[in-house]
Design a protein around this ligand. Structure first.
Ligand code: IPM
Ligand code: MN
Length: 354
């Protein structure tokens, strides 16, 4: 065995633990053929733990997780916990504390997978969204004034730093070079209204792009137009770079055109530290424990993990297995796959071992 990785696992809430179990099964199968060993260390963070102990995560969690090269996350969100507590206390806290400043979300339609876009196929839908993951509206800056009165004021500010924006842009340019497709990065913003935040983004985009990436074409689209083009002409895009909030929104649109939450994966990346990989769908509480949820999104997240760990050959092998499995499933939707959750894991593991 050439390499061994110790991976932190946060199964989390709802169907999270079920899909992560399939991802682990598949990673072990890929590891066996590729000569990579894995050790998985479980953390019980999530709604159940919070309801039991009153604590979302121990103070030491982020420090402890920094020891791992990667975290594999199922889902965060529990029907009995007020929205925001677990999301902010676990998911966003780890993204921030571990400086996972990139949220990488590939939008790729695999052959045999149904897209709601008429007359579009795998050759048309293959781009990547690079979402800034540590700033913007997500920092939680702002507050209330006269809360609960009829004069109430609520302010929610978007924080954008030159440093944070620039490192995100550089990641997008580097990725675009590596993909070697259209060699085009689209900045998705709203320069016509958000004239401070996206002024900074746009200036940094041109300065960095023109100086250090002359081989890459610089493109710009407002966020509303980006949504329109993603539906009308998805083949236009190569790499889209955008802020945290717009990135959140357009990647749900991206997920649906690549076949839905059953397949869409994301990576929260700190290129110099601990990254965290997750299916981008939620905890789907109504399917918990029924063997109906599609684990392919979690398995795709595991594939991205291999790629970011530098195990590119193993990652390609796994992607090939995912593509084959996609060709077998009746549908990617929960309960309509023609297989159980664990059978889909077996299917991919089998293809990966071929
Ligand atoms: C996502 C999710 C999260 C986000 C939520 C759960 C906080 O929607 O990963 O896209 O908004 O980033
Ligand atoms: Mn989202």
């Amino acid at each position: 065995m050439s390499k061994k990785y110790s991976i932190a696992v946060i199964g989390g809430d709802g169907t999270g633990p079920e899909v992560v179990a399939e991802g682990i099964k598949v990673l072990q199968a890929v590891g066996d053929v590729s000569g990579i060993g894995f050790e998985f260390v479980d953390y019980d963070f999530g709604g159940e733990r919070y309801l039991r102990t009153g604590e979302v995560m121990p103070e030491s969690a982020a420090e402890e997780l920094k020891k791992f090269p990667a975290i594999y996350l199922g889902a965060i969100g529990h029907p009995d916990v007020k929205p925001g507590i677990l999301e902010k206390g676990i998911l966003l806290k780890l993204r921030f504390d571990l400086e996972q400043y990139i949220n990488l979300r590939p939008v790729k339609l695999y052959p045999g997978v149904e897209t709601p876009l008429k007359d579009k196929g795998p050759e048309d839908i293959d781009f990547v969204v690079v979402r800034e993951n540590n700033e913007g509206l997500y920092l939680g800056a702002g507050g209330f004034f006269k809360k609960g009165t009829d004069r109430e004021v609520a302010v929610q500010e978007s924080i954008n730093t030159r440093f944070g924006v620039e490192r995100c842009l550089r990641f997008a340019f580097e990725l675009c070079r590596k993909r070697a497709k259209k060699k085009m990065v689209t900045l998705c913003g709203k320069t016509n209204v958000l004239t401070y935040a996206f002024d900074l983004w746009e200036r940094a985009f041109h300065e960095v792009g023109e100086k250090d990436y002359p081989d890459i074409k610089l493109d710009y689209a407002h966020v509303d137009a980006t949504c329109m083009w993603m539906v009308k002409n998805p083949e236009f895009f190569d790499v889209i770079v955008t802020d945290n909030m717009f990135g959140d929104i357009i990647t749900d649109l991206g997920a649906i055109i690549q076949g839905g939450m059953g397949i869409a994966a994301g990576g929260n990346i700190n290129p110099d530290g601990t990254s965290m990989f997750e299916p981008i769908g939620g905890s789907a509480p109504k399917y918990t424990g029924q063997g109906k949820i599609n684990p392919l999104a979690a398995i795709s997240a595991a594939q991205m993990m291999l790629d970011i760990l530098g195990e590119e050959e193993a990652s390609r092998r796994l992607e090939g297995a995912i593509v084959k499995a996609c060709g077998k499933l009746k549908s990617l939707s929960a309960g309509r796959m023609g297989y159980t959750t664990s059978e889909v894991g077996d299917l991919v593991a089998g293809f990966a071992a071929e």
